[in-house]
Design a protein around this ligand. Structure first.
Ligand SMILES: [Zn+2]
Length: 166
């Protein structure tokens, strides 16, 4: 599960795994701001800790510095948000209901932010195992990994208050 990491200023910084959040807290670098409901997590030593939902760093860190440390994990949910749920083939107004591998998987294309785009069923079906070049298609924009906006994509209950633009 993901944990929202706040800067010492209570501004959202990034998202970390719960293990990372626990490590930050156990080493005194972060404190618990919100528990995830009543959930707890038991350490190897048998001590019970509140399962974190939001944690806060004890010392300010530079936003730019943090941002580069965490590349959001590739997900269909994130892809939907990045591509606005639209087919990414230029000039197409259809819903992007399918995930297309720009370089087909059969040619070694990976499931990644840089190689996946949303496409409508028609375009994805027509593309098959071919590349965009072979078809003469262009995309609305080059696929890249999202940066800060991913926070809103993966927001969990309890994070909203921290993510409101001030
Ligand atoms: Zn389309």
């Amino acid at each position: 599960m993901s944990v929202l990491l706040l800067n010492a200023s209570y501004e959202p910084l990034t998202i970390v795994s719960w293990k990372r959040a626990m490590t930050l807290m156990l080493t005194g670098r972060a404190e618990l701001v919100e528990q995830d409901g009543d959930r707890t997590v038991r350490s190897a030593g048998g001590t019970e800790f509140p399962y974190p939902n939001v944690v806060r760093l004890m010392q300010m860190v530079s936003f730019a510095g943090m941002r580069t440390t965490e590349t959001p994990r590739f997900s269909k949910k994130g892809l939907n948000a990045r591509d606005n749920r639209e087919c990414q083939v230029a000039q197409c107004d259809e819903r992007g209901s399918t995930v297309d591998h720009v370089i087909p998987r059969s040619r070694g294309g990976s499931s990644s932010w840089e190689n996946c785009v949303l496409m409508c069923q028609e375009h994805n079906g027509a593309k098959g195992d071919r590349t965009l070049d072979q078809l003469g298609w262009t995309l609305k924009k080059a696929p890249v990994a999202p940066k800060g906006a991913i926070v809103l994509v993966t927001a969990r209950p309890g994070w909203e208050a921290w993510l409101q633009p001030s």
